[in-house]
Ligand binder design. Structure first.
Ligand code: ADP
Length: 655
């Protein structure tokens, strides 16, 4: 028995419909949640069918229906007999190897929207807000990227980091470690992530968690009993380091009631100590930010002289503002002689020369001691070579300093499959986005006059643009511009939602005050909390994502926003300048204008961009729809950037 499955080329698709009764009908589409190309292998097809199986299960879970068990079994018996490719479709013919009769579904690539009556519409006075209800677990673990180029020369890469999404994410660092890690893993490399075993880790997101090693690691004249646990997070092997002291206890990743500098010095050494006691010799140790920069010093001046000889060190700087201030005697705590590093060539913070005491910078030490240093966008490289106190050191090490643009994990961030969304969508099928907007606006008590689904919704009239801003509330992010936008968007007839938290209590209080002031507003909500789930829903609901940063090493919000069909309004700085090109002014990027960009740090500059965006939205709805469909197809995945990292790893590794 033959069946043909049509996959659209180069496009993520998700399964579409299940029959209302108890089985899949031959005429209802399903998709396999992945793209397909010529020459697709049997293994790849099986993986897709596995994926489909999970989709079906998810649907059963979410709809409460008992349905479609037969197709789920199909994948065991399928052989490919032929593949062919046309302009738009790859057609793969399958033959069942057994003569068993089975449903023969015609598979098509489209999103099926939930029926209006199937959506449980939230409202603002629900006891449990819509973003805090239970969601099915993301199947990202098993969503291996099919057709990803496999590298033949395999490396062992260990990331040592203070953050990892989703189990310990505060900002972009967590996203980057997971996204880059998964991208390298899918190219065939052996990747591990070493992370402190924070008390607040979201343990339910760690699979196969087991205690693997018990050992001791040095701290301040003692050897602290330490446990290493192993598990998997979104498919990536992780190693969690848990000292038997008070480090990493508390309800937050940062800001616990322990000395953070000492804790990360301990962690940096404990990671190397584990490699030493387990005789592990990765090709690359990839450290991130000041928190793990001391590992480079510890490696070259201590462990490399012991038995960990092979690794080479990469440091990625995600934000130059945090440089790891450290006094000499504090460095002694991890077993290094702090005085050795108190020179301008090593780790001395140039600005403190002649002060009492002079200070070290762990980040500077990391720059000096690592084999290569990266930061997260080419423009941020230029900016940091020209300004800031580390520019002298970076100039000195210019040869080993490169900018590699961050990507986003397009499996974890996928509006066609995102488990947090009430409806799915993709480029050219954006109806689900309208449902998300309506859902979020209703749930937050923002006046929603959108027409219900099934009817055509235009951008005219009551359908005002929704602007979202999802950010840490720190000066870097342009707090004064965010404050300005809150009112200005409403004046322009739009709606504004802020999702953010401020590490500084005074800023948090100020925004709480503003939030209370607009509690009754139909147009503004300020949500001063951290919620991964809500962030997904807001990106999906948004017409516009606002990123008005004073400086921005890379920025992920604009890339995630684009993937979810939200048009970015950004300040031209750092990675924002590398990823967003103005629809009116960036003629040099004729093929890729994708948002609204402003230069100045004043409110008038932002206002100009807001007004232009609103004008497009209100007066050129067709162009706007074309723009969002284009945005969603922009490739900001890790594919290209992971390749650049792998080239860099290869350039420093020892064979
Ligand atoms: P940074 O690393 O400087 O915080 P990025 O733009 O690189 O900024 O990354 C921010 C990441 O953190 C994005 O994934 C964004 O969605 C997320 N984020 C920021 N604030 C919140 C919040 N309050 N709730 C959920 N996610 C947030």
């Amino acid at each position: 028995m033959f069946m043909a499955i049509h996959f659209p080329l180069n496009q993520m698709i998700s399964w579409t419909a299940l029959n209302n009764n108890s089985s899949l009908s031959a005429h209802e589409g399903v998709s396999l949640g992945a793209s397909a190309y010529e020459g697709v292998s049997l293994g790849a097809v099986r993986r897709r069918l596995d994926h489909f199986h999970q989709k079906v299960q998810k649907h059963i879970w979410s709809s409460g229906r008992q349905t479609a068990p037969r197709l789920c079994k199909l994948h065991a018996n399928i052989n490919i007999s032929k593949t062919s490719v046309s302009d738009n479709y790859s057609q793969v013919h399958f033959q069942e190897s057994s003569e068993k009769k089975a449903t023969s579904p015609r598979l098509r690539a489209s999103i099926v929207l939930p029926k209006d009556e199937d959506i449980v519409w939230p409202c603002a006075d629900d006891n449990i807000p819509f973003w805090r209800k239970e969601f099915p677990t993301s199947q990202a673990t098993s969503k291996a990227r099919i057709n990803v180029r496999q590298d033949s020369d395999i490396m062992h890469i260990v990331h040592v980091t203070a953050e990892m999404a989703p189990i310990a994410k505060v900002g972009g660092l967590g996203d980057v470690v997971t996204g880059l890690g998964r991208a390298c893993l899918h190219r065939g490399h052996r990747v591990e992530v070493m992370l402190p075993f924070y008390e607040c880790l979201q343990k339910e997101q760690i699979n196969d968690l087991t205690l693997s090693d018990t050992y001791s690691s040095y701290h301040n004249g003692d050897w602290v009993s330490t446990r290493a646990y192993r598990g998997h997070v979104t498919g990536i092997p992780v190693i969690l380091i848990e000292p038997a002291n008070h480090f990493f206890k508390g309800q937050c990743v940062y800001g616990g009631s322990y000395n953070e500098l000492e804790a990360y010095l301990f962690f940096s050494r404990a990671c190397l100590e584990l490699m030493q006691v387990t005789a592990t010799q990765p090709d690359i140790i990839h450290v991130h930010e000041w928190q793990t920069s001391a590992l480079s010093l510890l490696y070259w001046d201590m462990y490399h002289n012991l038995s960990v000889k092979k690794p080479r060190l990469i440091l990625t700087i995600h934000n130059m503002e945090h440089y790891g201030e450290c006094r000499q005697e504090q460095l002694n705590i991890c077993g290094l002689d702090g005085s050795v590093y108190n020179t301008i060539e090593k780790a001395l913070d140039d600005r403190t020369i002649g002060h009492n005491p002079e200070r070290l910078s762990l980040l500077k030490g990391g720059i000096v001691y690592s084999n290569a240093v990266t930061t997260v966008s080419p423009t941020y490289v230029k900016e940091t070579l020209c300004s800031g106190w580390l520019s002298n050191t970076l100039m000195q090490y210019r040869e080993k300093y490169v900018g590699i643009l961050n990507g986003i994990d397009t499996v974890l961030w996928d509006p066609a499959t995102d488990v947090f969304l009430p409806a799915h969508f993709q480029a050219h099928e954006t109806e689900g986005k309208r449902i998300c907007k309506q859902y979020v606006q209703r749930g937050l008590g923002l006046d929603s006059n959108l027409m219900t689904m099934g009817k055509k919704i235009t951008n005219k009239g009551s359908n005002s643009p929704l602007v979202v801003c999802i950010t840490r509330l720190v000066a870097q992010k342009g707090l004064h511009l965010i404050r300005y936008a809150i009112n200005r968007v409403a004046e322009l007839g739009g709606k504004f939602i802020l999702l953010g938290t401020a590490p500084d209590g005074r800023v948090q209080e100020e925004f709480e005050y503003l939030s209370n002031q607009c509690k009754e507003s139909n147009n503004v909500r300020l949500l001063l909390t951290y919620s991964e789930e809500l962030s997904h829903m807001l990106y999906a609901a948004a017409d516009i994502v606002l990123v008005p940063s004073m400086y921005e090493p890379c920025g992920l919000a604009q890339m995630i926003g684009m993937r979810y069909g939200a048009v970015p309004i950004v300040r031209r700085t750092g990675g924002l300048a590398d990823t967003v090109f103005d629809v009116d002014h960036d003629q040099s990027h004729a093929n890729q204008p994708n948002g609204f960009v402003f230069e100045g740090i004043d409110e008038g500059s932002l206002n100009g961009a807001l007004e232009r965006a609103f004008q497009y939205y209100n007066e050129k709805p067709q162009l706007w729809m074309e723009l969002i469909s284009k945005l969603m197809q922009i490739d900001n995945s890790w594919e290209k950037s992971a390749g650049e990292y792998i080239d860099l790893y290869n350039s420093v590794r020892v064979r």
